[in-house]
Write a protein that binds this ligand. Structure first.
Ligand code: A2P
Length: 222
């Protein structure tokens, strides 16, 4: 087997440097801690519990999954569609091992996942697979018409039994609603920014000051 084929990783992405991982985790924890105490959240608690009387502790509800990163291409060791092409892209080779600053512009929570939206720069978009949004269209139909890079995110936690891949789909769902003209219901001005509810347990906190997260473009073999 040629080396090229065996060396394709599980996934490529930007890996947050350890100091900023700590900061992002703390911000996320503080947000969850505050969110489940808000009256507006309690009003819609049923989205998370299925029962009105039950309380939910969001900090316990989500499990953290490994070190924080923003996946660009899930390759599955070459088995995923377009994996080899991606691994051979000149930009991927040129930027491999380089550090850049990811801008985390919002936090979002659904009954399945909690994550941070990443707003990519023009240069970072060179590393974004052009079909990432279209690929999700079988699950989130409106995703195909969202701008390239819309799916970029950092998974911060998943509910029990939920795979991290769900986080990007949850983000696309919220962005699709926004694009369709749904403004959501801005329920509260939090310290970090305005908090909006989009129904079905979907919450979006736009960060007044985006978090600047230095990250290294690299890959993981598991
Ligand atoms: P995400 O990027 O949303 O966090 P796993 O641990 O399940 O093998 O996945 C490794 C990483 O690749 C995770 O970060 C995960 O989600 C992402 N991922 C897994 N499967 C897919 C997929 N089919 N499409 C896009 N990203 C995926």
């Amino acid at each position: 087997v040629p080396l090229e084929e065996v060396s394709i990783p599980l996934f490529f992405g930007w890996f947050l440097l350890s100091t900023v991982q700590e900061k992002v985790r703390c911000t996320s924890m503080d947000f969850l801690k505050t969110l489940d105490t808000l009256e507006a959240f309690k009003k819609h608690m049923i989205d998370f519990t299925g029962k009105t009387e039950k309380e939910v502790d969001l900090e316990q509800y989500f499990e953290a999954k490994g070190s924080l990163h923003c996946t660009t291409k899930f390759c599955n060791y070459g088995k995923a569609e377009g994996a080899k092409e991606y691994a051979m892209k000149p930009a991927v080779r040129d930027f491999y091992g380089s550090t850049s600053e990811l801008s985390l512009t919002a936090l979002f929570v659904t009954p399945r996942t909690v994550g941070a939206q990443v707003s990519l720069t023009e240069e970072q978009l060179l590393l974004w697979p052009g079909d990432a949004e279209k690929e999700a269209a079988s699950i989130v139909p409106a995703a195909a018409s969202l701008p390239v890079g819309s799916r970029a995110h950092v998974t911060l936690g998943c509910a029990q039994g939920v795979e991290p891949m769900q986080t990007g789909l949850d983000l696309l769902e919220i962005l699709a609603l926004k694009q369709e003209g749904q403004q959501g219901e801005t329920v509260e001005e939090m310290e970090l920014g305005p908090l909006t509810y989009f129904g079905e347990g979907r919450w979006l906190l736009c960060l007044r000051e985006p978090i600047c997260a230095p990250a290294c473009f690299s890959s993981r073999y598991k």
